[in-house]
Design a protein around this ligand. Structure first.
Ligand SMILES: *[C@@H]1O[C@H](CO)[C@@H](O)[C@H](O)[C@H]1NC(C)=O
Ligand SMILES: *[C@@H]1O[C@H](CO)[C@@H](O)[C@H](O)[C@H]1NC(C)=O
Length: 598
């Protein structure tokens, strides 16, 4: 106990000494290492230190006990690709179009070979930190586009956005990766296959007939038969495996989806295909441990982005982790995820890096409420009492996520901050805490870019004792604006402009692993019939009691936010999204990387 007190006193003293040192000295001191751990689709209600008392997440809980826990932490989108893009760039993804438009059903980058990616003139945290002489590494999921060359000969992906090294998953995990799926498909009930069968018959008969009439040699006949079959095979392949009618959202059959995308990359090359799911979590953690061991030998500061495969569907575990939790397969996945976080955090300690490493943990979005496995078991997250979930646009459950910052001796331990913060605050906050120059100075090409995130370094160091600065956050669905949040004095207003129509008696839309209350298009439950709904989350966190539209407060806030919105839309240009072109999003065989060494 005494030692503990002495240690924390000592670290407080060091912290004061460091913060008090003049700027010149700050520049000379080695900036902290940075470790970002990002969970996938983790619900805020799935974590012990956020109030779940039946699930075991001791490692995340320890991080919170030693750091600052953010209770009002928000993702910029309830969907992987745009949320991750926003986190990495500190900018709304609508600003650079890494969101589909209304016409497209595909909501994320579906294929390694898709020609959509985070634009190269966007500056990521990795690019910024590399400019500040950090060594940078990504282990795990990327999902911001792979930029494959012709024939997939190289797919540099994250290496184009500031990472020195990459080991991991180029897109995301998809249910189809579980496999195996049938390759030989020939369904004579479908017109495509009927045409194919007819063409085959016709070709064989005409070749046989032509041989007789034209007196071809046997060699000519065999050659022409082989050629015909090769051509027909290609037609068959496309009929069987490519197209929007193949039973999956991704424009390809389940077989092709797994064959083309279930891959692990090292740098710009495929090293594993298909992905061996069982034990993947442990392998990623082991990779990060190796990376940290290398970093420890170097005297440059480092940035490691450990982007977890869990707890996205499909569910998988190392064999010994099965049925370990009280919450079925999903709970097992949570606990395995926590264990792998433990491995990475323990490696920091093992290599003597813990004290000078700033750790940040969060999730790209809230839990997927609709997700169920083939046997009907729920395999989606739990968003506590917040309404709604993944894919829904404005509803809180899809964007309110866990968020923890830890930096021993510099940030208080066991602190809680209730002021609204964003995943987009990451880059400005890190640069600030690390004593680095602002983004525009580090990367001159970023100087003219407006950031939507802001430094919360002060909040992390001093807590939210003093009233927060006024702040407005916009909640998009693709490029449409669905809700606005206003932090003003003691109030946290949230105005919904349009809301998803939930299924009766729930805050979700049915069941299925690609089902969701998608927040766009007429067939997706969009209810825009009402006047804006306004809540004050400071007193009504779960949005149960909308503020009466007849009150002065309602009129004042709604008018203010509407005016803000009008100005925003008049001054901020959202380009036509690259993801709106189906030909770019689709599987592109001529950009498909192969696995030559698997
Ligand atoms: C804890 O998480 C599990 C898994 O998502 C969920 O089923 C359960 O309801 C949660 N418990 C609480 C108290 O939030
Ligand atoms: C990075 O290193 C270069 C060369 O040593 C140096 O000139 C530059 O100031 C460093 N940048 C930062 C932000 O420390």
């Amino acid at each position: 106990m005494k030692i503990g007190i002495r240690l924390s006193l000592l670290s407080a003293l060091i912290a004061t000494a460091l913060t008090a040192s003049p700027l010149g000295e700050l520049g000379a001191r080695r900036p902290p290492n940075i470790l970002v751990i990002l969970a996938d689709d983790l619900g805020i209600g799935d974590v012990g230190c956020y109030g779940n008392d039946t699930i075991r997440t001791p490692n995340i809980d320890r991080l919170a006990a030693e750091g600052v826990k953010l209770t009002h932490h928000l993702a910029a989108a309830p969907m992987c690709t745009p949320s991750r893009a926003a986190m990495m760039t500190s900018r709304y993804p609508a600003r650079y179009g890494l969101v589909p438009n209304e016409r497209l059903e595909t909501v994320v980058i579906p294929h390694i070979s898709s020609r959509v990616a985070l634009p190269l003139d966007e500056v990521t945290l990795a690019t910024a930190l590399r400019a500040a002489n950090y060594t940078t590494a990504l282990v795990g999921k990327w999902h911001l586009g792979m930029y494959c060359n012709l024939f997939g000969e190289s797919c540099p992906g994250p290496l184009k956005h500031g990472f020195d090294t990459f080991y991991g998953i180029p897109v995301t995990l998809f249910m189809e990766f579980r496999g195996p799926h049938p390759f030989w498909v020939f369904d004579l009930e479908k017109p495509g296959f009927q045409r194919l069968a007819f063409t085959w018959l016709l070709s064989v008969v005409s070749l046989a007939f032509a041989k007789k009439k034209l007196k071809w040699s046997l060699f000519t006949l065999v050659f022409l038969l082989l050629l015909t079959h090769a051509i027909l095979f290609v037609f068959w392949f496309f009929t069987a495996h490519v197209g929007l009618d193949k039973g999956s959202l991704w424009g390809v059959s389940n077989w092709l989806h797994r064959a083309a995308n279930s891959r692990i990359f090292r740098q710009d090359k495929v090293v594993e295909s298909p992905i061996e799911l069982d034990g993947l979590s442990q392998r990623l953690a082991a990779e990060s441990r190796k990376v940290l061991a290398d970093f420890a030998k170097d005297d440059k500061p480092f940035f490691l982005f450990h982007s977890l495969a869990h707890v996205h569907t499909p569910m998988f575990n190392a064999p010994n982790r099965e049925r370990a939790s009280k919450h079925g397969r999903y709970g097992d996945n949570i606990e395995e995820m926590d264990e792998s976080i433990g491995t990475v955090l323990d490696s920091l300690k093992e290599f003597g890096l813990e004290d000078n490493t700033l750790v940040y943990f969060t999730s790209d979005q809230g839990g997927h409420l609709e997700a169920i496995d083939d046997d009907g078991q729920r395999i989606g997250g739990h968003n506590g009492l917040f309404k709604g979930g993944k894919a829904q646009g404005g509803p809180e459950g899809g964007i309110r996520v866990a968020g923890i910052y830890r930096w021993p001796g510099h940030l208080p331990g066991g602190a809680v901050v209730d002021t609204p913060t964003s995943l987009m605050d990451l880059m400005p906050t890190f640069l600030d805490l690390a004593g680095l120059p602002p983004l525009g100075e580090l990367v001159p090409s970023a100087a003219n870019k407006d950031l939507d995130g802001q430094s919360i370094a002060d909040l992390l160091m001093n807590g939210d004792r003093s009233p927060p600065q006024e702040r407005i956050m916009i909640h998009h669905c693709r490029q449409a604006i669905r809700a606005l949040r206003l932090v003003r004095g003691d109030h946290i207003y949230k105005m919904h402009l349009a809301k998803v129509k939930w299924f009766e008696g729930s805050t979700q839309c049915g069941w299925g692993h690609t089902t969701g209350c998608f927040c766009y298009g007429d067939k997706f439950h969009l209810d825009i019939s009402h006047a804006p709904e306004l809540y004050d989350l400071a007193v009504d966190p779960y949005e149960d009691k909308p503020i009466d539209p007849e009150t002065k407060e309602y009129k004042e806030i709604v008018d203010f936010l509407r005016m803000y919105l009008k100005n925003w839309q008049g001054s901020v240009h959202y380009p036509d999204p690259p993801m709106s072109n189906m030909a770019d999003v689709m599987w592109r065989p001529h950009h498909q990387p192969m696995c030559w060494h698997c």
